[in-house]
Design a protein around this ligand. Structure first.
Ligand SMILES: Nc1ncnc2c1ncn2[C@@H]1O[C@H](COP(=O)(O)OP(=O)(O)OP(=O)(O)O)[C@@H](O)[C@H]1O
Length: 226
């Protein structure tokens, strides 16, 4: 298998509103190697979320080629997209999007079960991930009973529950104060590294970006190496 978990070639996306068309992505090329952690920088509105949505197979309307773990994915039907997201990708967003009526453990466990892991294994993995993130004493807490940093740690554990080859993170700590953000991001990256996943992490925080393996910057619809 190729050591590149993500290859994006000539990716384009424009949005039309009334008479105006804005070209947000104008031919983006990007490769991410297995286990590599890449920071995606760029000013507000430069298209970071748009790029992550394309790679995450969450939105249509793109032109260009996307390969994930060696498989061309841009033309897959809905079932194929769901399969790739479930088996290959993990997602972390600025807001945790946890299921409010389920405990921390259940939120993470569900992601493992959906990915088809046997229940015993999925349970053990959920508990291990949460414990690694310092939440061993919070397994039965619901999201509303957790702090913002703890909620985001649960979201990180959930993103890793299916052992993704690539984690896509859009401002994963953007909702946290600076010190908590740095701590949660550090824990997130060390877990990602520990299990050999790659990650593409959109952030505004240049200092946090510099802690990653490589920084790429979206500028006028294309990627420049920082
Ligand atoms: N569904 C949509 N319809 C019209 N325009 C859109 C749509 N989605 C995004 N855009 C536009 O595309 C541009 C890029 O948006 P995007 O959210 O990808 O930027 P971003 O770099 O993630 O910004 P931020 O750092 O502020 O989150 C923006 O100008 C936005 O207004």
């Amino acid at each position: 298998m190729s050591s590149q978990v993500l290859v994006v070639e000539d990716l384009r996306r424009s949005f039309t509103q009334g008479d105006a068309t804005i070209e947000v992505l104008r031919g983006v090329d990007l490769s991410v190697n297995a286990g590599e952690i890449v920071a995606l920088l760029g000013p507000s509105g430069s298209g970071k979320s748009t790029l992550l949505q394309a790679v995450g197979l969450l939105e249509g309307g793109f032109q260009g080629r996307i390969s994930i773990a060696g498989e061309r994915v841009e033309a897959l039907d809905n079932a194929g997209r769901t399969r790739v997201r479930r088996d290959r990708l993990g997602f972390v967003y600025q807001f945790h999007h946890l299921l409010p009526d389920f405990s921390a453990r259940e939120n993470v466990l569900l992601a493992g079960l959906v990915a088809g892991h046997p229940e015993k294994e999925a349970r053990a993995r959920a508990d291990q991930l949460l414990t690694d993130l310092g939440l061993g004493a919070r397994l039965a807490h619901r999201p509303s009973q957790l702090s913002g940093g703890e909620q985001q740690r649960v979201a990180v554990a959930r993103a890793l529950a299916n052992k993704p080859v690539l984690v896509l993170a859009d401002e994963p700590t953007g909702n946290l104060d600076e010190a908590t953000a740095a701590r949660v991001l550090g824990e997130f990256l060390s877990l990602v590294r520990g299990q050999g996943s790659a990650a593409l992490v959109a952030t505004h925080n240049v200092a946090l970006a510099r802690a990653m393996d490589r920084v790429v910057t979206l500028h006028e619809g294309r990627l420049a190496v920082a």
